[in-house]
Design a protein around this ligand. Structure first.
Ligand SMILES: Nc1ncnc2c1ncn2[C@@H]1O[C@H](COP(=O)(O)OP(=O)(O)O)[C@@H](O)[C@H]1O
Ligand SMILES: [Mg+2]
Length: 250
């Protein structure tokens, strides 16, 4: 098992992850938005930990704080109080440039609406995180092509994203998220704009990244069937964890 993971991992340029243990710890996380409309408590005292390679789903009604939580974990926004530890590092104790480096090397983001740049090619979209990653032009292009191949859309490299189907565009976004070989993938309703079958395909890719390549995947979803197929579903209501369900897959 380990052997085959190592082999296929290397052929797609994904480094080995052998270590186990906790990759993410969320501690007493609270986020209050203050605007002219008043105060909104988006997260209340949220606590949980995630193991390396675990596939977690976050479920809950619209407006319950799921995106807020993902944005805090990815350091896209700061909490009002509480901490997020990634690999034991308190990410909000880092300065801006350290946060940017951590984000760029450790985390890959996938969004519901793909967030691709439509005025350039699929290939350039995938290459993009590698620019700040400091790869040479050739290495970057080679790696991006490898990832497009891995995701079955190599033949679309020269297309504009808007000329692809939704499922193909989400594959481009996944390739882009994998560009810097992140240890953790944060996906905010990645199947939300896709039909059932295409959504399943994208979900299966995330499952493979977790189970075969030992990436930690945290996915927000509205789909109870998909949530039940992840390792653990964290239910959020009104900014607080309602319960956590560990799914035993048969
Ligand atoms: N930037 C913001 N400013 C003010 N309120 C916000 C902001 N972002 C989110 N909220 C509020 O926080 C709550 C949780 O939002 P969100 O995390 O987007 O929920 P979900 O992703 O579960 O639908 C909502 O009430 C939302 O209106
Ligand atoms: Mg949301």
């Amino acid at each position: 098992m380990t052997m085959s993971v190592t082999k296929s991992g290397n052929s797609y340029g994904m480094g080995d992850i052998n270590s186990t243990g906790i990759i993410l710890k969320v501690e007493n996380l609270t986020k209050i938005y203050v605007s002219s409309m008043g105060k909104v408590v988006s997260l209340r005292n949220v606590n949980f930990s995630v193991n390396r390679g675990e596939f977690i789903s976050i479920v809950g009604p619209s407006g319950s704080g799921k995106s807020t939580l993902l944005n805090m974990i990815g350091a896209l926004d700061r909490p009002s109080s509480g901490k997020v530890y990634i690999n034991g590092i308190d990410i909000f104790s880092l300065n801006d440039s350290q946060v940017a480096t951590m984000r760029n090397t450790t985390i890959g983001f996938i969004f519901q609406s793909y967030n691709l740049i439509n005025r350039t090619t699929v290939l350039k979209n995938v290459e993009f995180p590698g620019i700040t990653g400091g790869m040479s032009d050739d290495d970057r292009k080679r790696r991006a092509m490898k990832l497009l191949d891995f995701l079955g859309i190599k033949d679309k490299a020269k297309y504009k994203p808007s000329n692809l189907s939704g499922g193909q565009q989400q594959r481009v976004a996944i390739a882009r998220a994998l560009m810097n070989d992140p240890k953790m993938i944060l996906a905010d309703e990645p199947t939300g704009n896709l039909d059932t079958k295409t959504g399943r395909d994208v979900f299966n890719l995330l499952t493979m990244l977790s189970h075969e390549f030992k990436r930690t995947v945290i996915m927000v979803t509205h789909n109870p069937e998909l949530a039940a197929a992840t390792d653990r579903a964290i239910h959020i209501i009104d900014g607080a964890i309602e319960n956590e369900i560990v799914n035993i897959q048969t």
